[in-house]
Design a protein around this ligand. Structure first.
Ligand SMILES: [Zn+2]
Length: 430
């Protein structure tokens, strides 16, 4: 576990791992007895931002990393986070993989395989997507998968007695090959050379059944599904489907799905899209009259770790009271930059005596983290500040806004950053 810095009071400089968000790092320096118990708090200014001079004095080697940490200016307590996950929250699954080592992490080295393109955006049912996902993650109870988890009984193919691997049950078992023979494909693919489901999805990207079957949807997931359920019927119901029955089931399922899709298209062309809201992205409705509306954005320069923040009052002209832009240095990521933009806007709004506020950002992760009070190790302190600051308003809400609608704030953020880089003799490449 590592520590994320809020006010720095409970984190020991030399004994806790707090400098890096990606790997355990204990700072070492020339410790004297006096600073043995030094806290991170002692490296911050009275406003709880990083005290550059002090940090460069005490831990010069790690100063650049430390300066990019964003402590909580409202004084939130420090917290622990878990290294192996992206957001820093522990999960049993990541715990398991971290003990087992890299070999246990499901590998999809198939160079071309793409989760979004090949699975999540595939033209097949959600059930098939989940099925493909569990299969590729090696989470379906196939003999070989069970064996790798220490279950050693019943690891053989129920039809031919060979070890039941993914390749075997879906592609090379005699039963599977016969089912494949029944399904006519537009392009001939040598099924026997497919190594696993992920590479099969890549090979099948553009393949559909021959037209007489009346099938227009991708056939691969359904074949795999039919083979898998045919196997389960033998094991759990002591029944068995013949090759023909299995192949016919594939075609039947594919036709049903194709037909359902064409009905859906006819009936839903007008209603789709407009009112669809993802969880935690905020209300799509306009806020009550009198609410100050602020759009925020940040432009981030990776090389100099510098960001331009901007917030702009986007309410009706008669209400407009605030806008601003600022440079912030030592910012480690675009997410931190966007979060700083919101925090700075909220500070400005409290100073401007705003009571009803709605803040927009075009960063979904950020809006979700704020509205869902989610833990994000990278912006822990800033999120705590945003929570504290927003409690100062009578009403405060946060919503996602598409980039296309956030042009003014974007322009302002880029301008201020561009000017700074220009002074430094560089141009903005974002
Ligand atoms: Zn077999």
């Amino acid at each position: 576990m590592g520590k994320v810095i809020g006010n720095g009071r409970s984190t020991k400089v030399w004994k806790d791992s707090w400098v890096s968000l990606t790997q355990r790092t204990l700072p070492c320096g020339t410790t004297t007895e006096d600073d043995n118990d030094l806290r991170v708090f002692d490296l911050l200014t009275t406003e709880l931002s990083c005290n550059r001079k002090r940090i460069e004095e005490v831990i010069p080697a790690l100063a650049p990393m430390i300066l990019s940490l964003q402590p909580s200016i409202s004084g939130a307590e420090d917290s622990y986070f878990w290294y192996p996950t992206r957001n820093g929250i522990y999960s049993v699954k990541s715990g398991y993989h971290s003990i087992k080592g890299p070999s246990a992490t499901p590998a999809s080295n198939q160079s071309d395989f793409n989760w979004i393109k090949d699975v999540w955006n595939g033209a097949f049912s959600p059930k098939m997507k989940t099925f493909l996902w569990t299969t590729i993650q090696k989470a379906i109870p196939l003999g070989a998968n069970l064996q790798s988890r220490g279950v050693t009984q019943e690891v053989k193919c129920i039809r031919c007695g060979q070890i039941e691997t993914e390749t075997h049950i879906f592609f090379t078992c005699e039963f599977a090959m016969k089912v494949w023979d029944y399904i006519q494909l537009k392009q001939l693919i040598d099924i026997a050379i497919l190594r696993d489901v992920a590479s099969a999805l890549v090979a099948f990207r553009n393949n559909r059944c021959l037209s007489p079957l009346g099938v227009t949807t991708p056939i691969l997931p359904l074949i795999l599904w039919a083979l898998w359920t045919a196997r389960n019927v033998v094991i759990f119901e002591q029944r068995s489907y013949t090759v023909e029955e299995t192949a016919i089931r594939v075609i039947k399922l594919a036709r049903e799905w194709s037909q359902a899709q064409s009905h859906k298209k006819e009936s839903s062309t007008t209603t789709q899209g407009s009112n669809f809201v993802l969880p935690h992205l905020g209300s799509p409705l306009p806020p009550p009259i009198g609410t100050t509306i602020i759009k925020t954005d940040a432009a981030w320069d990776k090389k100099s770790q510098t960001t331009g923040l901007a917030w702009i009052d986007a309410g009706p002209p008669s209400y407009r009271i605030m806008q601003g832009a600022r440079i912030h240095r030592n910012v480690a990521s675009p997410l931190a930059a966007e979060a700083l933009a919101i925090r700075t806007a909220l500070q400005d709004a409290t100073a401007s005596k705003v009571s009803l506020l709605r803040t927009y950002s075009d960063n979904q992760t950020l809006i979700r983290a704020i509205n869902g009070k989610l833990f994000e190790k990278e912006i822990y302190g800033i999120l705590k500040d945003i929570e504290t600051l927003s409690s100062l308003f009578v009403e405060s809400s946060f919503c996602f806004l598409s980039r296309a609608k956030n042009g003014q704030a974007d322009f302002l953020a880029k301008s201020i950053l561009r000017n700074l880089l220009c002074v430094m003799g560089r141009s903005l490449s974002i």
